[in-house]
Design a protein around this ligand. Sequence first.
Ligand SMILES: NC(=O)c1ccc[n+]([C@@H]2O[C@H](COP(=O)([O-])OP(=O)(O)OC[C@H]3O[C@@H](n4cnc5c(N)ncnc54)[C@H](OP(=O)(O)O)[C@@H]3O)[C@@H](O)[C@H]2O)c1
Length: 221
Amino acid sequence: MNERMILSIGLISGTGNLGPGLARRWAMAGYRVIIGSRSLEKAQRVADELNAELEMESIVGMENADAARSADICVLTVKSTAHAASVEGIKHEVKDKIVIDATSRVDFRDPKPPSSPSAPEIAREMIGDGARVVAAFQTIPAHALNENPHTSLDLDVLIAADDEADMEEVAKLVAAAGLNPYFVGGLEKAIVLEGMTALAISMNKHYQSREGTFRVEGIQN
Ligand SMILES: NC(=O)c1ccc[n+]([C@@H]2O[C@H](COP(=O)([O-])OP(=O)(O)OC[C@H]3O[C@@H](n4cnc5c(N)ncnc54)[C@H](OP(=O)(O)O)[C@@H]3O)[C@@H](O)[C@H]2O)c1
């Protein structure tokens, strides 16, 4: 599976704030993008809207389990309070596939770092044998991704993964989306990424921004 080229990306619950921002960028980079949802109708509506906006036809909508089954790689962009339910719904479809988990269990109204284990570690445990979960995008504000989808953004995406080859695959997708990938260590670091989201939300609230994030300095990647 590691050798297989990634051609299609399934955004599980990709109908919210984060999913469409990533979908636009990967569709523009030539990937077959599948928007997943609990509702086929909603998935197709969001896919149609994105196709119309980008003047393409390649983005499709499916129910989450079908999206997970059809895609070479999945990205979990579900509302954090529904993370476990969402993983439960796709866990049989994603064995031996990379699952990028973007979840941060941080409440915007009262941003506090969540307790261990992290959401990506919970996903790995739930998927069980064959799980290949990678944590990424926790610190990237969805709003920033929606800025001009045709250009690269100087945003640093922190990636936590246990398997180096899987991390490299995710780093390629991050770069294809016009963002800068940085490996931060094994999946045990995902709890730190969730905690950083609490910092980012607090800062954005304090400074009245919607796009504040963290920048890596002193490393050439
Ligand atoms: N927003 C950001 O700036 C940002 C940045 C980095 C990481 N994240 C993380 O990315 C994930 C997605 O964030 P988001 O802001 O895009 O989330 P969101 O818009 O609140 O929700 C995403 C999707 O989750 C599904 N959903 C909502 N309630 C559900 C429920 N009760 N049960 C099952 N599915 C439900 C919906 O899809 P359907 O109705 O189509 O099923 C919804 O469109 C979160 O875990 C968040 O922590 C967000």
